[in-house]
Ligand binder design. Structure first.
Ligand SMILES: [Zn+2]
Length: 422
């Protein structure tokens, strides 16, 4: 990471020695470090410790167990040279707020301040306020059964091109949602030694599930899952067969065709390799080319003295195209490409502008000619599109140091680009 954060100044090259916050990836790098610590604790069979960013929570069944776990955590923190701020730490609590939830013995519920924000929310007067309200409620959606169905009416209001009109129905939905939070949705924490019960349901509007567990003869919810049923919505727009595509309006065709096209491309890549150049073109060009024609003539009138030159070549009995059977492991049957079609063949194989390795892999699985690797290499390296797409930022080089110029024209910089197409 340090080399990426290196910067150059007129006085020399400098690098950050610590992770700078504010960087796009800083949070995930920090979380990776935290995960490393947690993994280490798990290796020492100290479970019941969770951490998200700089929030760590330790759970234990007894005072002694908690003491031991805290010791373990502190030891690991010391090992990695990390520090804690005493004012921000609380120890030996029977209930604690963690990531917006209040966790206590066997129970999990939204924290009181969040509940108060929701129950005290005034009826929205703008779309923005509706979004804010839904966002506040959505945070605890895992504690609320059938969340999408409950909020559907309000979500409608936030859609594009829907004018904001607060009707009695909206007011009722709003009130109902607030009531759900008034009653304080509470969950039991999962008991990993007991079996779980999973109930699922699908309707046209939503997909939902409840994870339950039995306690004192009654099933208690552990978590709710609910999602708007986008699949039925998608399938209702998808054509049943391909002939229907031509009947769909222009803008929907654009929506659907890429999916169908991608599918067809994958089929082409693995099945008929001669699809793009017609059989008649192959036959004509192979006959017109001196080299391929020579082989064809030798195959037609075999003589002992030339048998080595035509080793591996054969005429396909159905298409009559000159082929070559590779003696590599794959034993692939390759089309012998005459000079006039080599460029087209490379074009076809390089259609997705993949790198040299991938391009050569595709070419060598379909076609054969002498010097095919060199030709592929030259073709890919001088491909206009690839040069344009290529990022010219050197990947591993660190910045060069600057020397302060003493007079105008002291330095001349040159950027080198290429190889260019012939
Ligand atoms: Zn390219």
């Amino acid at each position: 990471m340090q080399d990426v954060l290196t910067f150059t100044t007129p006085f020399g090259i400098f690098a950050n020695r610590r992770l700078v916050f504010g960087l796009k990836t800083a949070a995930s790098i920090f979380q990776a470090l935290v995960d490393l610590l947690i993994d280490e604790l798990k290796l020492s069979v100290t479970t019941g410790i969770y951490a998200y960013q700089d929030d760590t929570v330790i759970g234990a069944h007894s005072f002694q167990e908690m003491r031991n776990k805290i010791r373990f955590v502190l030891d690991v923190l010391i090992k990695y040279n990390l520090t804690l701020s005493p004012e921000k730490c609380v120890f030996f609590k029977s209930a604690s707020d963690y990531l917006g939830f209040n966790i206590s013995h066997n129970k999990i519920q939204p924290i009181t301040s969040n509940i108060l924000k929701i129950t005290g929310f005034q009826p929205p007067r703008t779309v923005k306020q509706v979004r804010r309200f839904l966002g506040l409620c959505g945070f605890s959606r895992s504690l609320i059964p059938s969340f999408p169905e409950l909020t559907e009416c309000l979500t409608q209001l936030t859609r594009k091109n829907v004018p904001f009109q607060w009707t009695p129905t909206h007011q009722e939905t709003f009130k109902n949602l607030q009531d759900v939070f008034f009653t304080k949705p509470v969950f039991r924490l999962p008991d990993w030694d007991k079996p779980f019960v999973l109930n699922t349901d699908v309707s046209v509007q939503a997909i939902s599930g409840i994870l339950l567990q039995e306690h004192e003869g009654k099933l208690h919810p552990i978590s709710y899952y609910s999602k708007k049923n986008t699949l039925t919505d998608f399938l209702s727009r998808f054509p049943v067969n391909r002939t229907e595509i031509s009947n769909t309006p222009q803008d929907e065709q654009e929506l659907i065709l890429p999916i169908v096209e991608t599918h067809c491309n994958t089929i082409n890549a693995t099945s008929d390799t001669s699809l793009e150049i017609s059989t008649s073109t192959w036959l004509k060009e192979q006959a017109d080319d001196t080299q391929t024609n020579e082989i064809i003539q030798l195959l037609k009138n075999p003589s002992l003295k030339d048998s080595n030159n035509i080793l591996g070549f054969y005429i396909d009995p159905t298409t009559h195209i000159l082929m070559f059977k590779s003696h590599r492991k794959s034993q692939a049957e390759l089309i012998v490409v005459p000079k006039s079609l080599q460029h087209t063949a490379l074009d076809i194989c390089h259609i997705s502008h993949t790198g040299l390795d991938k391009a050569y892999q595709i070419v060598s699985n379909r076609y054969y000619w002498k010097g095919v690797y060199i030709d592929t290499k030259n073709f890919v390296l001088s491909c206009d599109q690839c040069i344009k797409n290529k990022s010219f930022t050197p990947k591993h080089a660190s910045p060069q140091s600057n020397r302060i110029p003493t007079r105008p024209g002291d330095y001349i910089s040159v950027d080198i680009k290429g190889p260019l197409p012939n």
